[in-house]
Design a protein around this ligand. Structure first.
Ligand SMILES: [Mn+2]
Length: 367
């Protein structure tokens, strides 16, 4: 028979090799399957262990987040975990990247005033300026420490900032409040333009050039960046896509009012935290009233002076700075908060509102 013939001689050997190979292959697959099962079960075991550990840690993380929140009224725990020079999305309108600016723009001193600011947030503010400002336009960064109580803001801050020759630190001998702290910073500033920034912000790509361009074209223009939002809960950077301008309601309460883009430019009052101003013009206006205490009303004061003394406040859509909005001031007012703000506003109304001050006093609204 044909089959029997094939199984004779070399055919028999070949058949044997073939059958042996099939058996070996089956054996191999079984072994592989067993070892895969082993690996899988090992991985599964590790995952269960990891998840158990995470579950154990979870209350600890919640505790840490809560502790951090009490410190800064935002997610300080998360802020401390995020790099101080993190990247953020470029949120400018598309045409902004193509805009050209003059090549002889004035230089600026950036002034940050702080009291007991969170370490990582202060550093992130400074790094965002260092990393996203053309060096030839950034004369210096002046940090004004308004008599902070935290130890990390003393020597450790000096040491950290000593690696950046452009950063200078001024220490106030007693608590002066935001307004007088800004005046102290402006007094030593060497740049032609003063740029005031809050100490819990992140400047976005190309933030500085359009501000300086505005001052360069008209020294009485006071440009403000679009203030975007850094989430107080998860520290994410959020784009602001509706245009708003700063307004006030009686009795001098700041608010935002949404407007179509073509009207955005003129801004009645600034929010106060972030703006650039020609240094000489700032002093021509009489700077800030040094009699204003701690915080509040200074944005009204400077805004009224600007509009009444030949200037204009503008919001510049191509300049964007993220800001952590907090539910409440994380620092203490030396005196009662409400009384301090009210006193400041009365001072502003008395000096700048003339016949309109009755509207301020007559308002039934409670501050
Ligand atoms: Mn702020």
């Amino acid at each position: 028979m044909k089959v029997r013939r094939y199984l004779r001689g070399s055919g028999r050997v070949l058949a044997f090799v073939f059958i042996a190979s099939v058996i070996w292959l089956l054996f191999d697959m079984a072994a592989l399957r067993m070892s895969l099962n082993d690996v899988n079960s090992q991985l599964l075991k590790e995952r269960v262990i990891r998840e158990r550990e995470l579950l154990k840690q979870k209350p600890r993380v919640t505790e840490l987040v809560k502790g951090g929140w009490d410190e800064g009224h935002f997610n300080v725990y998360l802020s401390d975990k995020i790099p101080v020079d993190r990247a953020i999305p470029d949120t400018r309108p598309e045409m902004c990247a193509q805009n050209l600016v003059h090549d002889d723009l004035p230089s600026t001193s950036v002034i940050f005033c702080f009291v007991d600011e969170v370490w990582s947030t202060l550093l992130r503010s400074v790094h965002s300026v260092l990393n996203r400002s053309p060096p030839h336009l950034l004369k210096e960064i002046i940090l004004v420490d308004d008599f902070s109580t935290k130890d990390y803001l003393k020597e450790p801050l000096d040491k950290y900032m000593s690696q950046f020759p452009k950063v200078k630190i001024i220490r106030l001998k007693e608590r002066q409040g935001l307004i007088r702290a800004r005046l102290a910073g402006a007094a030593v500033a060497k740049g032609e333009v003063l740029t005031f920034l809050d100490s819990h912000i992140e400047c976005n790509v190309g933030w500085l050039e359009p501000l300086l361009e505005r001052v360069y074209l008209d020294r009485k223009k006071v440009p403000c960046p679009v203030i975007e939002v850094i989430s107080d809960k998860d520290m994410s950077y959020m784009l602001v896509d509706n245009f708003q301008r700063g307004v006030f309601k009686w009795p001098l309460v700041f608010g935002w009012s949404a407007l179509p883009e073509e009207y955005i430019k003129k801004c009645p009052v600034m929010a106060g935290g972030l703006f650039s101003i020609d240094k000489k013009y700032f002093y021509e206006l009489g700077a800030y009233d040094p009699g204003l205490d701690v915080w509040g009303g200074e944005n009204m004061e400077i805004s009224f002076k600007i509009w009444m003394c030949g200037g204009e406040i503008e919001i510049i859509p191509c300049s964007r700075v993220g800001h952590i909005f907090r539910g409440q001031n994380p620092y203490k007012f030396p005196k009662d908060r409400q009384k301090t703000v009210e006193r400041n506003l009365v001072r502003v109304a008395e000096v700048w509102l003339d016949e309109y001050k009755d509207l301020f006093y007559d308002c039934d609204c409670v501050l």
